[in-house]
Design a protein around this ligand. Structure first.
Ligand code: GLV
Length: 324
């Protein structure tokens, strides 16, 4: 049977299918983790990776029989895609199935940050609720506020549509124009500068690549409205966490809602001290049904690749290559 490495145990149904069809090695604690497992099984033909595990050029090069890396995530910046292309290793990801769950979470963060849900919860638990007060924990109104979507892909659009239902006006920044979205929903494409200057809520939905490292820098936070809210459910490396913490400490922003961090699982200590910040542990796609679908997609991708078929959810770089 052909050998497949699974970076961590995940949905039981997917593990059972992999066990039936392949010689499955799960890189859990007793195998010494993924790195040790890759060293011990250089003959594996498939790898199912998690976004928390870097799959670098050295690891890809060492696995001489590797045909596919199926990433259990839509983002795949943990994989050295250049080396995978060079060595003809297919790479797939899990788009679409997690769009709604992630957009729900972005909307939850927008609501939580604007209406100070976590502060309110903490106050009640601390026994400090003394009855209704006219000035208690006043937040920001969403209706009529401008939402700036940075990256109008699938998740950006799904978030915009949710926000629209709350009466928000949507503007977006995207490298490519989206005439169909503009026509259908009336969302206006603006420059990056215009967006950060005029949005009341800025929500990030870009894939990470080194070219957008720290896109949200000290200078960018300084240009945002003084009472704006910053939301990141995309990737931590898109923002300079120290700069964000500084802006929040000086009350140059109203608040932030974060699901991702620069150096996960580490979370900036200054951010953790702030009251006007909602911090989640990378839960974007964390619903039972979404995670099941993501897991089954990775099984299908490995199955397709190892039987010589083209996997359905190749990453864009691979799709481009096959077009040529
Ligand atoms: C989650 O962050 C993902 O990329 O799927």
């Amino acid at each position: 049977m052909r050998k497949v490495i699974l970076a961590h145990r995940y949905h039981e149904e997917a593990v059972a299918a992999l066990n039936r069809e392949f010689d499955l090695v799960i890189a859990d604690g007793k195998n010494g983790g993924l790195r040790a497992c890759l060293n011990r099984h250089p003959d594996a033909e498939g790898l199912i990776s998690f976004l928390s595990d870097p799959v670098d050029a050295a690891a890809i090069s060492a696995m001489k029989k590797l045909k596919i890396i199926a990433n259990f995530a839509v983002g795949y910046n943990n994989i050295d895609i250049g080396r995978a292309l060079e060595l003809n290793v297919l790479v797939t990801h899990t788009p679409d199935v997690l769009t709604r769950a992630t957009a729900d979470l972005a909307m939850a963060l927008i609501l939580a940050a604007s209406r100070r849900l976590v502060e309110g919860d903490a106050l009640v638990r601390a026994g400090e609720f003394q009855g209704w007060q006219a000035g208690l924990l006043l937040g920001r109104e969403l209706s009529g506020a401008i939402l700036g979507i940075v990256g109008m892909g699938r998740i950006g659009l799904a978030t915009a549509l949710r926000a629209r239902a709350f009466g928000m006006k949507v503007i977006y920044y995207s490298r490519s124009a989206k005439p169909r979205i503009e026509k259908k929903y009336g969302f206006a494409r603006v420059t990056f500068l215009e967006l950060i200057r005029s949005a009341d809520v800025v929500s990030l939905h870009l894939p990470y690549s080194p070219s957008v490292h720290h896109l949200f820098s000290h200078d960018v936070f300084a240009l945002m409205k003084k009472d704006a809210i910053f939301i990141n459910t995309a990737r931590g490396q898109l923002m300079d966490e120290e700069a964000l913490a500084g802006a929040l400490e000086r009350n140059e922003l109203f608040g932030a809602g974060l699901d991702v961090y620069e150096n996960e699982p580490a979370v900036n200590a200054r951010l953790k001290k702030l009251k006007n910040t909602v911090l989640l542990p990378h839960l974007g796609s964390a619903t039972e049904s979404t995670r099941r679908q993501m897991a089954m997609m990775t099984v299908q991708a490995v199955r397709q690749a190892l039987s010589g078929r083209k996997p359905r959810h190749l990453v864009p770089e691979w799709k481009e290559r096959l077009k040529k």
